[in-house]
Structures are given as C-alpha cells and as structure tokens.
Design a protein around this ligand. Sequence first.
Ligand SMILES: NC(=O)c1ccc[n+]([C@@H]2O[C@H](COP(=O)([O-])OP(=O)(O)OC[C@H]3O[C@@H](n4cnc5c(N)ncnc54)[C@H](OP(=O)(O)O)[C@@H]3O)[C@@H](O)[C@H]2O)c1
Length: 327
Amino acid sequence: MKAMIYEKYGNPSEVMHMVDLPKPEPKADEVLVKVMASSITFSDAAMAYGKPVAVRLATGGAIKPKQLLLGKDIAGIVEAVGAEVSDIKVGDEVFADIYECGLKGYAEYVAVPEKWLVSKPANISFEEAAAAPESAVVALQGLRNLGKIQAGMDVLVVGASGGIGTYAVQIAKAFGAQVTAVCSGRNVELVRSIGADKVLDYTRENFLSGEKQYDIILATAGFYKLADYQKALKPSGTLVVTGGSMRQIFAAMIFGSLRTRDTQQTMTSLSMHPNADDLRQIKVWFDEGKIISVIDSVFPLNELGNAMEHYATRHARGKVVIKVAQE
Ligand SMILES: NC(=O)c1ccc[n+]([C@@H]2O[C@H](COP(=O)([O-])OP(=O)(O)OC[C@H]3O[C@@H](n4cnc5c(N)ncnc54)[C@H](OP(=O)(O)O)[C@@H]3O)[C@@H](O)[C@H]2O)c1
C-alpha cells in the first residue's frame, strides 16, 4: 500500500515521501480500514517538524523520529475485521481519532482496534468526516468538560475561523449559548455563516476590554495576556485555553489558578484526550445538521508535506484535509 513517511525532522515538504508498505493484517480485536481521507492535526504537523522540542521527548525520538508514519484523524471504509470484532462489519463507513493506537492514517490502509471507530455520519463526505475527530472533540471537551457550558451562556471563541474554532462556534450554539466569535476581517462572513451571533475582528477591535463579559472564553489561537482575558470574564466565568502560542498555553497552565485564587473565576488549559463517546456526540450533531466541517483545502496524499506547511502558517480557514483514496 502507498503511505507517506518521514525519517528525519524538518520542513514537511522536504522530509515527507511516498513509500510502499505491506498492507496491515488486523489482529483479532482490530478492523482494517481503507482510508479515504485524513486531515492535518497539530500533533501530526508538530511531529513532522520536530517542534516544539517537547513533542520529540513525548514520542521518544529526541534526534530522529521514532514513529515514521503519522496521521491522527481518519475516515474510511471497513475492508476486513478480526475474529473478535462484534459490532462493525465489512463495508461500514467509519471515522476516528487513532492517536491512542498509533496514528498511521497517512496510508491507504490502517488496522484500528474496534473501540476507537465511530460510524461515519451518512450525510457528510469522507473529507468532511476526516476533518472532525480531533478538532471537534477539543472544542467539545473545552466547552463542556472545563467550561461547563449551559444554554443561555455568553461564550467568546477566539480563533473562530480555525480548525478548532469553527467547530467550537457551532458546538456552543448546539448547547444553546450566545456566541461571540473573534477572527480577522477576511473570515467574518464565514464565521457568521456557521452561526456566530456576533463576530469581532481582532485586527480592529479590542475584544478583551471588559466592556462585554463572558461566561466562557475558549481561546484557540494567538497570544493574549491572562490579565486581559480576566477583564473579559464574568465574576464566575471560565477561560479555557485550548491553543494559540505556547506562551498563552503555558501561562494558563502555570498561572491561571494563581491569578484567580481570590475569585470565583477559573483560568485553565485543556489537554485533549481522544474519546470515542465524544466523537459519537459529534456524529449526532452532524446527523442533526447542527454542525458542518469547514474545509480550508484538500490535498492529495502525495502532497502531505505541502498540506502540513500550509496548516503551519496558522491562517487556515477551517481544516486542511488529505484525500487518500478514490471512492
Ligand atoms: N488542548 C489540546 O489538547 C489541543 C489539541 C490539539 C490542538 N491544540 C492546539 O490548537 C491549536 C491549533 O488549533 P487549530 O488547528 O484550530 O488552529 P488553526 O486552524 O491553525 O487556527 C488558525 C486560525 O486562527 C486564526 N488566528 C490566528 N491568529 C489569531 C489571533 N491572534 N486571534 C484570533 N484568531 C487568530 C486564523 O485566522 P486569521 O487567518 O484570520 O488570522 C486562522 O483562521 C494549536 O495551538 C494546538 O496547540 C490543542
């Protein structure tokens, strides 16, 4: 089977190359998936670049990568099932975040334990399905697990035009929140079209002045000071940092609780964990037409490196997707 691998860290367009690998054999509890589409996640791009360096340490490849085949999010068709697989059958359409079972989605086939696979929403394409597993679940876990989102809350999504932000706007609306979205001028119409009640252009407005305060601020992009976020939080509001610059993430992680210790506010950061039940909830919202995937661009598998470099500009509008096989 065709697969894109890398053997050294660097610019993905220089280090990612196509090889032929043996088609995996599913073990008893595994399902062999023909990968129709995958997408670029932060982890995949970070592992390809070998930056930030913490990624190298976390994956055990300090000097050169240990895991040569990446690809965290997949959507595809079941080609074969192991002897102990009970609920999934050949021909089923599935999607998944396969981080916990070893990535490997940038290839024509992958063997995945049954427990990670979720039935693909029938009303969306494989590209739209492959866009969702990590980004939509980050948005869900940030808003629900840490933000404790409830209907009627005021929610601010910073980075609303990005991979996570486009899902966050729609998921917050699905919970019945009032959503203010922050993006640059070129993305205002896009973000409004996916349901934001109000859209602010971060290049022109100081959206953290405190003039308007929020129950939840979900920060997915950029760098803003904790002191500024705090001004824009209601007295019992919660800041959830899911992304942006490392400085922003570490500030929330290290100083968030210190800064809010004499208040009812919370400032925290999310460490996302893949969760098939959460992805099943995302499927329900796709089925109900409450969310869509916003696709920035679709690259063929042999242009994986270019796709990663495009993602790494941090200015994609929605998700960067990889088309692996033809239907
Ligand atoms: N917490 C977790 O467990 C977890 C898991 C996965 C990923 N992440 C994090 O998530 C981040 C990546 O998320 P993503 O893939 O959604 O990002 P992304 O798609 O790269 O976000 C790009 C978007 O952010 C917007 N943006 C850039 N600078 C901004 C600013 N200063 N203010 C507001 N918006 C701005 C861009 O819009 P313009 O072009 O208009 O500027 C663009 O639409 C990374 O930081 C990663 O660490 C966290």
